[in-house]
Design a binder for this molecule. Sequence first.
Ligand code: SF4
Ligand code: SF4
Length: 473
Amino acid sequence: MSLVTSRYNLTVPYEDGALLFNANSGAILHLHSEEGVELADALCAYPALFDLQGVDEVILERLLKAGFILDDTQDELSIVRERFNFSRQNASAVITVMVTNDCNLGCYYCFQSRSEDNLAGDKEANTLAYLKQRIESCGKKQVHINWYGGEPMLKRDYISRLSYALQAFAEDSGIRFEASILSNGTFWPKNPLAFVEEHKLTTVQITFDGTEATHNKIRRRRGKAGPEYNQFAEAVRVIDAIHKDCHVEVRFNLGPRNTQEIFDFVSFALQRGWLKEGSRTKLQLAKISPYSKGVDFIRSDQLLYAEFKQIVDRVRKLIPDHFFDSNTALGELPKPRRAVCSAVAEDSFIVGADRKVYNCGLQVGEKTSAVGSLERHNGNTVEQAQASWWRSFDPTERPKCKVCTFLPLCWGSCPKLHLEGDDHYLDEQSEYWRSTLPKRILNSVGATTEVAFNESQQFKTGKPTELDPTAGT
Ligand code: SF4
Ligand code: SF4
């Protein structure tokens, strides 16, 4: 048997030696001394034959078990592919219901085209029947409904009607029901916690653009009619009421117009107890980006990734790591991915307010992106072609991803970026992993050294060479 090094080995300097990490198994080893560093470096050469001569059996066993070396007949890429396909087939059904296209606020960067389209009214029975049919036919024992808009709370009564009907259906069918909502924090009822409990909301995401004055300026109210309200104060009221009982994602959108505001906002959130023990809040820092072609002007009015990262690093020093969402937290050592995004998960889909069915929430309203409609179950030719693209998305076949060391952790990032050939944002993903992964590896052993991977550590396309395996043993 010949043994070869894994493509997914990575190393960072640590204390007297090096940490060796395998992205496909999640295993980590501390190798001591100069010889340990040599062994780690040798194992990171790819692909390289591993000469068994003189290697301590215990070390060999450990390296094999942890996936740092493997039998040369094994195809690592197909292992990643199988894991991806298994996760896509076995993901729980996540159904996003875009209740309305309308929104009471007008953020300049919003990628959604606002309209009067909504799912409430005389076609409610149709929508319910469609959802029941899809839930029943997929055979999953758990369903998650994600209420989305526009601003979904503009149609709060409709959410309640549909939620109660689906909860009753799920109970009769022995299916576990849970839900989440993305809201701007306005138009909530007097008792937000009662609403959360009655609609089985496990997560509420509320977005901010700054402290009060900036938030209200960027998230300006649309339309003159109706009662006056303070959009910032409303969102704060909702979070105050629910953050100890429900998972709250406080998303802060960062762009060149509000970079300094995040620090005041974090102080404010700390004062309110949102980022202190006993709270179930997570802070999500998001870079304002042109999520659709309609807001392409943002390309020239956004933070560079390096600027964004600098701010994130500063904010990290202000609050405990576990109050960040998983993209920002350094948290634990990253594990190989087990969950696909809902756009490629079997049995997950989005019902648009235009009554069309989509795979990705960022495509809702794009006429040629639908994969079906509430009335037409099999879709027309364009819809079938779209559906087939999502079904066949495979990150292990994307030219860059298939040679990328981060693939088992990243799975090609966002499939929509591949669909649109958006290399700029795909490159940002590479940058994200190159700068974040070494920090997370070191953080797992309590170290905080500043180190980043480079492109040659990320993309491994070399030819087999002999390596000296005895170094460090
Ligand atoms: S980091 Fe980039 S190249 Fe690597 S898997 Fe993710 S998207 Fe693909
Ligand atoms: S394709 Fe991208 S934008 Fe769409 S749901 Fe998946 S990760 Fe999100």
